[in-house]
Design a protein around this ligand. Structure first.
Ligand code: ATP
Ligand code: MG
Length: 439
């Protein structure tokens, strides 16, 4: 029978740790949990609250929220008609859904600033490559209801905090301002004037964009187009006073926080509702898929989607790219259980099942051997499990209500009453921690 495999660009995240030299490297799913836990904690400390929006929405939402002239909407959406004849689309990004929910549930009526974060799978029909998938995952933040440059700086600082807390270095943070609508109208004209004489040398997509969405040409990955864009006029020379002031404040406050950045006037968000700050955090270790985090201000989007005028700023981090970088750091595994419990014989197995349950209720992570194999084989598995101690229950122990404890580091072994072990579970836990070097 032909095996059914996952679709191209759609991957499993497995719980299998890899042996690298003497180290047990974190399993993929463990790396993901670590990233997610770290992000949650960083969001909590800054008073961001989680919002969960659906994995699919009306197609229109993305057409209006991302823009029909973008690759995402033009080429990459998973769109289907449901049985009720509605056009639905698997979400290609998170912001549109968050803004839809913000408007639909009148979150603005709560007054003040809404600080939100989200995470989950996103879907884009792209050519699968390293760091580019069809189902991928993002975590992101959105601050709705503040036009203060400090909001831009706060979200940027959250991103850099998260990445450095995870131990990533050598990231480059690119910053730009795309101004407001008037600035961009003036700039767009200057850009078209500059690019038109080169039209024949631009890649096909960019030629197409020259009339529809010329700012996006600056974003082209085609080398020839990039070379031409290199000498294009800079949007920073077209900022009006308000935009200039906002941008200066952002730059100054970032510097005050010790966050280093590089100005990149070719970094754009090509839609009308993107305003002011735009930024990306890139790594040189990811090849062509260099951008780990992208974000910026979108003061016009809430209104574009039918809500009240609401300035907003946010970012999204691609978790596949982030975890690729973390895998290069070879963090060691922490998936090991505290104890590995082996047993053999009917009575012992029944007793061990109960002991496992009781220890778990006391907060101790127990891996119970279910093999029924000879003790020798079970001991081998105990060694490989990474547990600090192996608990052994044979029929004798079961009859007497005792358990053998073998410390896997030192090989020391002793016998103890199960009741005493459970009674002093806290002390046992501390011994386990100490043996695992978790302090
Ligand atoms: P790229 O230029 O690499 O296609 P993008 O501009 O389409 O990225 P955004 O829409 O800004 O990306 O999404 C934010 C982040 O989500 C990206 O920086 C990246 O880390 C991640 N991301 C986007 N598309 C994919 C994908 N197909 N596979 C994996 N990660 C992705
Ligand atoms: Mg893309």
């Amino acid at each position: 029978m032909e095996l059914i495999q996952s679709l191209p660009g759609v991957e499993d995240i497995l719980p299998i740790p890899q042996q690298v030299g003497k180290d047990l490297k974190m399993a993929d799913s463990q790396v993901w949990q670590w990233v997610e836990a770290t992000a949650r904690e960083i969001f909590r400390r800054a008073a961001y609250r989680e919002i969960r929006t659906p994995a699919f929405e009306q197609t229109q939402l993305f057409e209006r929220g991302i823009g029909e002239a973008t690759d995402v909407v033009g080429k990459e959406m998973y769109t289907f008609v449901d049985r009720g004849d509605r056009s639905c689309t698997l979400r290609p990004e998170g912001t549109a859904g968050v803004v839809r929910a913000y408007i639909q549930h009148s979150l603005y009526a709560q007054g003040g600033v809404q600080r939100l974060w989200y995470g989950g799978p996103m879907f884009r029909y792209e050519r699968p490559q390293k760091g580019r998938q069809r189902q991928f995952h993002q975590i992101g933040v959105e601050v709705l209801g503040s036009s203060d440059p400090r909001a831009d700086v706060e979200v940027i600082a959250l991103a850099t905090d998260l990445l450095t807390t995870l131990g990533l270095q050598d990231l480059v943070f690119y910053l730009n301002s795309v101004g407001d609508r008037q600035d961009r109208d003036r700039y767009r004209q200057a850009l078209v004037d500059y690019l038109t004489p080169f039209k024949a040398d631009l890649d096909a997509d960019s030629q197409d964009r020259l009339s529809r969405n010329p700012l996006r040409i600056l974003d082209s990955k085609d080398p020839k187009t990039q070379a031409i864009a290199q000498d294009a006029p800079s949007i920073l020379d077209y900022l009006g006073d308000v935009s200039q002031h906002h941008f200066e404040r952002v730059c100054q406050q970032l510097s005050d926080l010790g966050i280093t950045f590089e100005l990149n006037p070719r970094l754009v968000r090509g839609l009308d509702y993107y305003t002011h700050t735009a930024f990306e955090i890139q790594s040189n270790d990811l090849g062509a898929q260099a951008t780990v985090c992208g974000g910026g201000r979108y003061d016009g989007l809430v209104q574009e989607l039918g809500g009240p005028h609401t300035p907003a700023v946010g970012w999204a981090i691609g978790l596949e790219r982030l975890t690729l970088l973390l895998a290069m750091l070879t963090p060691t595994s922490a998936t090991a259980p505290d104890v590995y419990l082996v047993s053999r014989g009917d009575r012992a197995e029944a007793n061990a099942l109960q002991l496992a349950q009781k220890l778990r209720q006391k907060g101790i992570a127990v891996e119970l051997d279910l093999s029924g194999a000879a003790f020798g084989k079970q001991f081998k598995r105990a060694d490989r499990s990474g547990a600090a101690a192996c608990l052994i229950v044979g029929d004798d122990e079961a009859a007497q209500g005792t358990v053998q404890i073998k410390w896997l580091g030192s090989g020391e072994q002793s016998s103890l009453a199960q009741a005493a072990l459970l009674q002093d579970a806290d002390a046992f836990q501390q011994q386990l921690r100490a043996a695992q070097g978790k302090g």
